[in-house]
Design a protein around this ligand. Sequence first.
Ligand SMILES: [Zn+2]
Length: 351
Amino acid sequence: MRTRAALLSEFGGPEQFHLETTDLECSAPDEAIVRVMACGINFHDIDIRRGASGRQIRLPLILGREIAGSIEVPARDGSGPPVGTQVAVLYFAACGSCENCITGADHMCRQLDFFGVTRNGGYAQHAVVPTRAIMPLPDGLDPVLAAAGQITFSTALHSILERGSLQPGETVLITGATGGVGSASIQVALKAGATCLAAAGTPEKAQKAIELGASTAFVLSAGGLDPYGETFRQERSERVVDLVVDTAGGDYLVAALSLLKPGGRVVIVGAHGGEVVPVDLVNIFRNEHSLVGSARAPRRVIEQALSGIAQGVYTPWVTERGPLGSLSQIHREMEERLLVGKAVIEPNQTQ
Ligand SMILES: [Zn+2]
């Protein structure tokens, strides 16, 4: 069959997306065709578009990682749900047979296939999807919320509760608090009974973080040795943070360690601010600090995130939605850091 897609044929700016009609076919018997009703837009998409993801990307490619929609053509082998079933597509397809998959660590599968990265994704009216990556949407869940919430809330749940072991009554500092993952992290931390401090890039974003539920928000200064700034230190004269969710790395990570209580943890979820940093190991063992990483959530947590959204426990903060034709504009706004919250594309809407 044929579909309408935003194809990326050359790395570069947001103008590199070209709307084209393209052929779509299932090459394996366990693949189904999903009509894409919504697809979340992620910062990782910008890295891929620019050719800066650090991965081998084969072009042309249809980007888009967080797909929600309905089954239009079921798989030939009979696996997966029937025509018309509303589904979310896990943003990665695990092999299901390696030792990590067998032990439930499917997010650490040795042969992960990523939509919009290693295979075509959801910036199109339809997507070809192996049925092992399909899960039926919980009853009543709006596909736009499913697309907006899959990566954001599963990442927040996994990083804060599983990797960061946040306990009720603890204090957590969340950086990048007004982004998709950051705003989800505030919700997850509050539901867990924690006090939430937020760090944001501008005074306006700091104010937004307060509106989202943070009890205090700080404006990060760009770079330097003390990105959390004097304000933080004056108000917090002692180490008061149990957990830092660090999305930036670099100087931010070094500064985060200086904020931790004894027994405190830093969960590293990104490193755009610097990938190699000096760390005082004496400080770490004397205070029994933990530095842990968080990559992506297993399927079990993604299911938990989507059912939490369906039940109204969590609400993705969707700030922008539009048809395929608005993709370049949304990418531009995200790249210029003008967008807070989460943007979603609706490929089967005309406007
Ligand atoms: Zn596997």
